[in-house]
Write a protein that binds this ligand. Structure first.
Ligand code: BGC
Length: 443
C-alpha cells in the first residue's frame, strides 16, 4: 500500500546553523574570551578553547553538511577577528572567511551570514559598545568592509542575531559579558542603538549589493499565562510577549521606537528587512506577579523537557510563531531550531514534529522558505559551556572526534528526499501517524 509522504517545495532550503565564537576556537580578541577566564561565569568553568576547530578546519564539517544533503548553512563572522583594533582590518582573517565561504559554494551549500552573533571586539566594549551611539558608525564601517571583501560570496545576510535575547542576557541577566552592571537603563539604552546598527548595516549592504537578501534573526518564544489564570495575568503575559516578540519587529517595520524605549523615529529604519529569520526553541509561562522571575521554569505536567531544563518541547509553538510573523508580510526562514540533547533521545522526534509544523505552514501557503537546524555539530554553548549539546553530529572537544548521531542520519534522509515519510514517523514520531498520516496501516 502506498504510504503518505509530506513533500516540501523543490526550492526549499535545507540547512544547519552555527555562530563564529561557538565553533571557530581561539577568538582571543572577543569580549567572550576575556569573560570566560573569570571564575564561575561559565557552567563548570568550561572553556571554549578550540571550540569545534572551524578556524583551522571548517571544511571537515562542511564535508559532513554536504554528505547530509543540506544546501544551505547559516554562519557568523567574528568582528573581533576582522577588526582586532579600531580601524585595523585583518586581511588574513578576511581571507580565511573567503576560503570558508568558497568551500560552502563548492559543496553546493548557500551561505547565510550573520554579522553580529552575541560577541564583540574587546575594544568596542571599552568604548561603551551598544550603550554608546558611536557603535553605529563602527558597525556600519565593519559591515562595509565585509561587503567589499566578501560580499560577492554572500547572497543572504542577517545583521544582528536575537537582539532581545542579547539585551536580556547582557544587561538584565548578567550572564553575558560584561555582566549585570547597567541593568534596565543599559537595556533600554542599547535597543535604539541596536536598531540603528541594523538599519545602517541593511543600507550599507543594499547600496553595494542590491540583490542581496538582508534580514534579522529574531528569537520568538511562546510566552503565555498558565491555563486558568486571571484576566490580569493574561494581560500581563500579552504585554511581556509583545515586548519580547514584537516590539523589535514593529520598530523595524514602522521605523519608530515604542514605550518603554521612547517614541522617536529612527531614520532609515522603516521597512529595512527583506525577510525575517525566526529562531524558535520553546514556550514559557509568564509569572504574575513577576516577583521571583519574569518567566516560570516549571512546565506542564508530563511535558518533555530537554537537557539542563532548557525548555519544554512544544512543536505547535513553531506554527504559532510563524503565524505571528505573517503581519510583517515578508518571507520567513527558520534560522534556528534545535534541542540540547546529548543522548540524542529527543532530537529525532523533535526534528520530525517541528518540520511537520513547517510543512503544515507551507500547506497554508505561508511563506516559509527554508530551515536551518541548530546545530550541525556540538559547539560552545555560551554561559552553559559544553554542558548542552545541540549537534546533529557529536563532538569530543578534547580529541575533536566527530560521531554521527541518529538524528544526523535522520536529517540526512529528510534532506535527501526533501520530505517526511511515513516510515520515519513510525520510527521516530508515532504521534504524527494519528494526525497527518492518519488512515494508513504499517505493512
Ligand atoms: C543562539 C545560539 C545558541 C542557541 C541555543 C540561540 O538563542 O542564537 O547562539 O547556541 O540559542 O541556546
Amino acid at each position: 500500500m502506498a504510504k503518505a509522504q509530506l513533500l516540501f517545495p523543490p526550492d526549499f532550503l535545507w540547512g544547519t546553523a552555527t555562530a563564529a565564537y561557538q565553533v571557530e576556537g581561539n577568538n582571543k580578541n572577543s569580549d567572550w574570551w576575556a569573560w570566560e577566564q573569570g571564575d564561575g561565569r561559565i557552567l563548570q568553568n568550561h572553556k571554549s578553547g578550540l571550540a569545534s576547530n572551524w578556524w583551522a578546519n571548517a571544511e571537515a564539517d562542511l564535508d559532513i553538511a554536504a554528505e547530509m544533503g543540506t544546501n544551505a548553512h547559516r554562519l557568523s563572522l567574528e568582528w573581533s577577528r576582522i577588526e582586532p583594533e579600531p580601524s585595523v582590518f585583518n586581511n588574513a582573517a578576511l581571507g580565511r572567511y573567503r576560503e570558508i565561504l568558497q568551500a560552502m559554494h563548492n559543496r553546493g551549500i548557500e551561505p547565510m551570514v550573520t554579522l553580529h552573533h552575541f560577541s564583540n571586539p574587546l575594544w568596542l566594549v571599552e568604548k561603551g559598545d551598544f550603550n554608546s551611539k558611536i557603535v553605529v558608525d563602527y558597525f556600519q564601517r565593519y559591515t562595509a568592509k565585509v561587503v567589499d571583501v566578501l560580499g560577492d560570496l554572500i547572497p543572504k545576510w542577517i545583521t544582528i542575531n536575537e537582539p532581545m535575547v542579547y539585551v536580556f542576557m547582557r544587561y538584565l541577566a548578567g550572564a553575558f559579558p560584561v555582566g549585570k552592571h547597567s541593568g534596565w537603563q543599559g537595556a533600554l539604552g542599547a535597543i535604539p542603538n541596536l536598531l540603528r546598527c541594523h538599519a545602517a548595516a541593511y543600507h550599507a549592504i543594499k547600496e553595494k549589493l542590491p540583490q542581496a537578501q538582508v534580514g534579522i534573526a529574531k528569537n520568538m518564544a511562546v510566552l503565555q499565562a498558565r491555563p486558568g489564570s486571571s484576566a490580569l495575568s493574561r494581560w500581563w503575559a500579552g504585554r511581556v510577549s509583545w515586548l519580547f516578540n514584537n516590539m523589535w519587529l514593529d520598530s523595524m517595520a514602522n521605523g519608530r521606537l515604542y514605550f518603554p524605549i521612547g517614541r522617536r523615529t529612527i531614520p532609515n529604519l522603516a521597512g529595512s528587512y527583506d525577510f525575517i529569520g525566526l529562531n524558535y526553541y520553546t514556550r514559557f509561562y509568564v509569572n504574575f506577579p513577576p516577583f521571583g522571575g519574569l518567566l516560570s521554569d516549571e512546565w506542564e505536567p508530563g511535558a518533555v523537557v530537554s537537557d539542563g531544563n532548557y525548555g519544554e518541547i512544544y512543536p505547535a509553538g513553531l506554527f504559532q510563531m510563524i503565524e505571528a510573523l505573517l503581519p510583517y508580510k515578508k518571507p520567513i526562514y527558520i534560522t534556528e531550531n534545535g534541542v540540547p540533547d546529548s543522548a540524542d533521545q529527543l532530537r529525532p522526534s523533535f526534528l520530525m514534529t517541528h518540520l511537520r509544523e513547517i510543512w503544515r505552514a507551507i500547506s497554508f501557503c505561508y511563506p516559509v522558505m527554508g530551515y536551518y537546524h541548530w546545530s550541525l555539530v556540538d559547539n560552545f554553548e555560551w554561559d552553559r559551556g559544553w554542558t548542552q549539546r545541540f549537534g546533529l553530529i557529536e563532538l569530543n572537544p578534547e580529541t575533536q572526534e566527530r560521531t554521527w548521531r541518529e538524528s544526523g542520519r535522520l536529517y540526512a534522509d529528510i534532506c535527501h528526499s526533501r520530505s517526511l515519510t511515513h516510515r520515519q514517523a513510525e520510527k521516530y514520531a508515532p504521534e504524527l501517524l494519528q494526525t497527518i498520516f492518519r488512515g494508513e496501516t504499517p505493512d
